[in-house]
Design a protein around this ligand. Structure first.
Ligand code: HEC
Ligand code: HEC
Ligand code: HEC
Ligand code: HEC
Ligand code: HEC
Length: 384
């Protein structure tokens, strides 16, 4: 009996060692550091070459000459605009930390100044084909494809097929106070999550069933790379439904459900929120709820963290788990007889103060992605 336990223990230990080492090797190959450092990249030795004419393939558009559809899909993704998009540009202006660039324009030559955005290599490509697939002159894949042509020289990086790969940029904490106050070039992290997508997913019912890649990578079309998320109106529209119950003559409970989202919503960027509006059937505004993190600057308080959340996890639509649905409910009152209400759903991409002091038009910062009618059941006093 005890022998078997020892055996099992050793087995698990060995597996862990093998996979642990593999993960470490893969992270080393990718030069991923969870955003602490840039990805140091040497265009000459790291770029892969076109095996037909020997030309260096330095940019995503170079890959696009053959992988046309994937390139076009990636172009529409937020990854391709991670540096150039106006929301990022504006918020980086407000918080000009070189740290931001390590995920939004991660490539840098090893002799360059980390703090200077203009020195980032291929910054206009954001998170590019090269960011995820090219190092040491090779194409990184989780499994070398069986191919007669063997067009590329490949390197196997198992991590590419794992959620931990995405987690390198999609799971991280706030920088600690010292990093912010002393404006350090390389931050150290506090214990407070800033983006918590991977952890939220691990806590959900989806863990072990579907991973980031299953829903965001090759979705819909063949070899997609569109990475739909909070800017994809079509996908958002499909992901939410709304229903209503009448509690009494004048009170209603309205429910909003998320379908097929394997983490909280909103997740990711801390300024993002989901606005939900109820209007009368004539379109007159009645009430609005906002789901998203609220926090305040804590830099000069005694506490350790640089930032403090003002609200807890309750402010999201949680992912489905064994005990709960992915649902949020709100109660409101309306003191007239009606047969239906209207609702509207918006994504809100910025911090409220930036809405006031920023210079971006509201078409960019707040976008409506769904609206509709909700029927109301007739109330007679016997209902209660
Ligand atoms: C001149 C055409 C051409 C260019 C340019 C090109 N590729 Fe490829 N790629 C191919 C072909 C053909 C295959 C099919 C498999 C093979 O023959 O190795 C392939 C396969 C791949 C695969 C593996 C596919 C699988 O089935 O797992 C990846 C990943 C890839 N390419 C990425 C890239 C990236 C990134 C770039 C730009 C740095 C790039 N390719 C540039 C032609 C090209
Ligand atoms: C955010 C990271 C990321 C970016 C950006 C990215 N890819 Fe990929 N790509 C992946 C991952 C992850 C896979 C799945 C890898 C695996 O399992 O080997 C993949 C798979 C592929 C495949 C194989 C598809 C298949 O199953 O046959 C090709 C080809 C490819 N990528 C080309 C590209 C090209 C070209 C670009 C740029 C236009 C690009 N990728 C941008 C992460 C990325
Ligand atoms: C079961 C499918 C599924 C899985 C697994 C999944 N997601 Fe999502 N994710 C969605 C859907 C659906 C949405 C919202 C609609 C959309 O895609 O536009 C979404 C939205 C997002 C957003 C934008 C959210 C916002 O607040 O605007 C990000 C970022 C994201 N996912 C990253 C990830 C990462 C990273 C993982 C892995 C840890 C992951 N997702 C796993 C389905 C999934
Ligand atoms: C090198 C860092 C990096 C890696 C690796 C990475 N991402 Fe991203 N991702 C980003 C950044 C930065 C953005 C935000 C781009 C923007 O809008 O400014 C983003 C945006 C997204 C979005 C769109 C979110 C939205 O709301 O529109 C999705 C979905 C997403 N990533 C999924 C993934 C998945 C799945 C993987 C793993 C296969 C992955 N990412 C790997 C950095 C990364
Ligand atoms: C460790 C990686 C990482 C670092 C460091 C980082 N970000 Fe991001 N950022 C992301 C990812 C991943 C997303 C996508 C999540 C989402 O869309 O909700 C994102 C999204 C954003 C967005 C939303 C863009 C959009 O298209 O809606 C803004 C704005 C942004 N980041 C600004 C910043 C600024 C400013 C900094 C530095 C103070 C920073 N980021 C540092 C990974 C990072």
């Amino acid at each position: 009996m005890s022998n078997r336990f020892v055996f099992l223990f050793l087995y698990i230990l060995i597996l862990n060692l093998i996979f642990g080492c593999k993960k470490k090797d893969d992270l080393e190959t990718l030069r991923f550091s969870n955003g602490v450092y840039p990805i140091y990249f040497d265009l000459r030795s790291d770029s892969t070459r076109n095996s037909e004419n020997g030309n260096r393939l330095e940019k995503s558009s170079d890959c696009g000459t053959c992988h046309k559809t994937i390139f076009e899909n990636w172009k529409t993704s937020r990854h391709s605009q991670a540096f150039s998009n106006p929301l990022y540009q504006q918020s980086h202006q407000k918080e000009p930390m070189s740290w931001c660039l390590n995920c939004h324009a991660p490539f840098l030559d090893s002799n360059s100044d980390v703090t200077n955005p203009s020195l980032r290599l291929q910054k206009e490509d954001g998170v590019s084909c090269i960011t995820c697939h090219v190092r040491e002159g090779k194409i990184l894949v989780s499994e070398v494809p069986e191919s007669k042509t063997n067009f590329h020289t490949y390197k196997e990086v198992k991590l590419l097929a794992s959620e931990e790969f995405c987690g390198n940029c999609h799971q991280f904490n706030f920088p600690d106070k010292e990093s912010i106050l002393k404006k350090k070039d390389f931050v150290s992290y506090s214990k407070l999550p800033m983006q918590n997508t991977l952890e939220e997913w691990k806590q959900s019912d989806w863990y072990g069933k579907k991973k980031c890649q299953s829903c965001h990578l090759l979705s819909n079309t063949s070899k997609s790379h569109t990475f739909p998320g909070g800017h994809s109106h079509k996908k958002l529209e499909d992901s939410f439904t709304v229903s209503m119950e009448r509690n009494s003559k004048f009170t209603y409970t309205v429910s909003i459900f998320a379908n097929g989202i394997a983490h909280s919503f909103p997740t990711g960027d801390l300024f993002r929120s989901l606005r939900f509006r109820i209007l009368t059937k004539e379109g007159i505004f009645l009430q609005e709820w906002k789901l998203g993190k609220t926090y305040e600057d804590n830099l000069h308080a005694k506490s350790f963290d640089a930032v403090k959340y003002l609200s807890n996890d309750d402010v999201f639509l949680p992912p489905k788990d064994k005990s709960r649905k992915s649902r949020k409910q709100f109660v409101f009152q309306y003191e007239k007889e009606t047969d239906h209400f209207r609702y509207e759903l918006f994504m809100d991409y910025l911090n409220p103060t930036t809405h006031i002091f920023g210079n971006l038009p509201s078409e960019i910062t707040i976008q409506k992605f769904k609206s509709g009618e909700i029927k109301v059941s007739v109330w007679n006093d016997s209902n209660g």
